[in-house]
Design a protein. Structure first.
Length: 374
């Protein structure tokens, strides 16, 4: 709240820049005046902690470095999950480490492929783990169970989804409460599913992807909205409960939003994101109707929202960042700037807004801007 409603010419004030994050696409998470991310450094994938001025405090090994899959995209993809004194991170190879926030000391680790029998998706594991109560919920995928609950303090397996055994894709498992029942929502190449807090499959809907399924589902009440790229488009499902049994009914499907990655956000009753072949799109959640689209103002990229404004970040060129009003009435821009010291890599890391700061990561570089309205 209380953020700048418009940016001055050239963008908001750059407070500091930091290096030492290594290769990768992990975004930053923040707690207690510290920042956390992941990167390939010193021959391994690592969790990295920084202070609120960008100084690296410590780094801790997760697994090996490198670039799984076609294209040579090195480094971790998921972000660090923080919970009390502990941090959790999954690297591109499916190594999961739990470390102490204060020191980086390892508490426990699990291997998706070695311990949980998972098969790595083409471009590596990309999930940010979910903490729920005393459990850590993750998606290794595979015959042992697509979704797994671990004891967050010890890493011991609590349950696996024996009825749901799809392979992992690239979206993160999400918590929801639908028809009064807490559950976990996950999307794969084949399905969209709801899982109970004890690992039972509550419902499953066919929802086929192509090549890669990356964006997280969007959950609003009992509507679960999905989108992915490679020509698939968007689908929305209404989840209902009758006589104790859940079912998911598809309420629409279309090509209005073909979001490859970068995700979509829901603000009020409207979705915003970048659609392949259409540009930036505003879509009505309940009907799927596209209210506007804009191709010429900014290229493909990622999105975040804070205080009624959308923060858009282009994936290529100068890595332009745009402040946009979250309005179903059209493209209402309130400032932009080009990222300094751009690398030659795609700027796929999502923008993060926290504590009146905007964080922009480009591989080894982290930029911190003041977007507070003070």
């Amino acid at each position: 709240k209380g953020l700048l409603a418009a940016w001055p010419e050239g963008g908001p004030k750059l407070l500091w820049k930091a290096r030492g994050l290594g290769a990768g696409y992990s975004s930053v998470t923040t707690s207690g005046g510290r920042l956390f991310t992941c990167g390939d450094l010193e021959g391994s994938s690592r969790v990295i902690a920084l202070d609120d001025g960008g100084k690296v405090l410590w780094s801790a090994k997760v697994g090996k470095e490198g670039a799984p899959g076609w294209g040579g995209f090195a480094g971790p993809r998921g972000s660090v999950t923080l919970d009390g004194e502990l941090a959790y991170a999954v690297d591109q190879w499916g190594e999961l480490a739990c470390v102490e926030i204060a020191t980086g000391k390892e508490r426990w680790r699990k291997s998706y492929t070695g311990d949980l029998g998972a098969k790595r998706p083409e471009w590596g594991f990309s999930e940010s783990p979910l903490v729920d109560g005393d459990r850590l919920i993750v998606t290794p995928g595979g015959k042992g169970g697509a979704v797994t609950a671990l004891d967050k303090k010890t890493g011991e397996v609590v349950w696996r989804t024996g009825e749901f055994t799809d392979g992992a894709q690239y979206s993160s498992v999400l918590p929801a409460e639908i028809e009064g029942v807490r559950q976990y929502i996950q999307m794969t190449m084949e399905s969209l599913a709801g899982i109970s807090t004890d690992g039972k499959l509550l419902w499953k809907a066919e929802r086929k992807g192509r090549t890669a399924v990356i964006p997280d589902p969007v959950i609003s009440g009992n509507i679960v909205y999905t989108t992915s790229g490679y020509g698939v488009g968007n689908m929305a499902f209404q989840v209902s409960r009758k006589d104790g049994a859940f079912a998911a009914e598809r309420i629409y499907a279309g090509k209005e939003m073909k979001n490859h990655h970068g995700n979509v956000v829901l603000v009020g009753d409207h979705l915003y994101g970048y659609s392949d072949e259409r540009g930036w799109v505003c879509q009505e959640l309940k009907t799927g109707k596209a209210l506007w689209q804009e191709e010429g103002k900014l290229g493909k990229g990622s999105i975040a929202c804070a205080d009624g404004r959308l923060y858009l970040r282009a994936e290529d060129g100068p890595g332009t960042v745009v402040l946009l009003e979250a309005s179903p009435e059209g493209w209402k821009e309130h400032g932009r700037f080009d990222q300094p010291e751009r690398t030659d890599k795609n700027s796929w890391t999502h923008p993060v807004i926290a504590g009146g700061r905007l964080y922009i990561r480009d591989q080894d570089l982290l930029l911190c801007y003041d977007v507070s309205g003070k």
